[in-house]
Each structure stands twice: as C-alpha cells, then as structure tokens.
Design a protein around this ligand. Structure first.
Ligand SMILES: [Zn+2]
Length: 68
C-alpha cells in the first residue's frame, strides 16, 4: 500500500467560499497561480475537473511570465 496520496479535490476560497476548480499542488509539482474571480484571493494550484463546468469561471489565471 502506498502512503502517497494525491489530493484531487477542488478547494473552496477561504475568503468568500467560492468553489475553485483547482487543487493544492504537491511539493515537487509545477503549479500555476490563480485568483478568485469573486474576491481576488490568490492561490497556487493545479486545475482539476469538476462536476460543474461553470466552476472554471470562478478563477482567473495569473500569468507571471507576461509583462504588464
Ligand atoms: Zn474568493
């Protein structure tokens, strides 16, 4: 039995409770940066599929590579 468990459940925004279709990244995982579309809280995460297609509109990806 492997003890490594990959969490694959979407998280909810701690500020406003909005469902965010991302999960927390593993330590060695390349994550992306997202902002809650409602309150603007910033999260590092990995996109996941959710039963509700509309959930993907709850986040905005922050592209740190693009120049402003
Ligand atoms: Zn929020």
């Amino acid at each position: 039995m492997s003890s490594s468990h990959v969490p694959n459940e979407p998280i909810a925004c701690v500020e406003c409770g909005l469902r965010l279709p991302i999960r927390q990244p593993q330590v060695d995982e390349q994550h992306r940066t997202f902002r809650c579309a409602f309150c603007g809280a910033v999260y590092a995460g990995i996109p996941v599929e959710t039963p509700n297609a509309e959930d993907r509109f709850n986040i905005r990806e922050i592209n740190l590579d693009s120049a402003y």
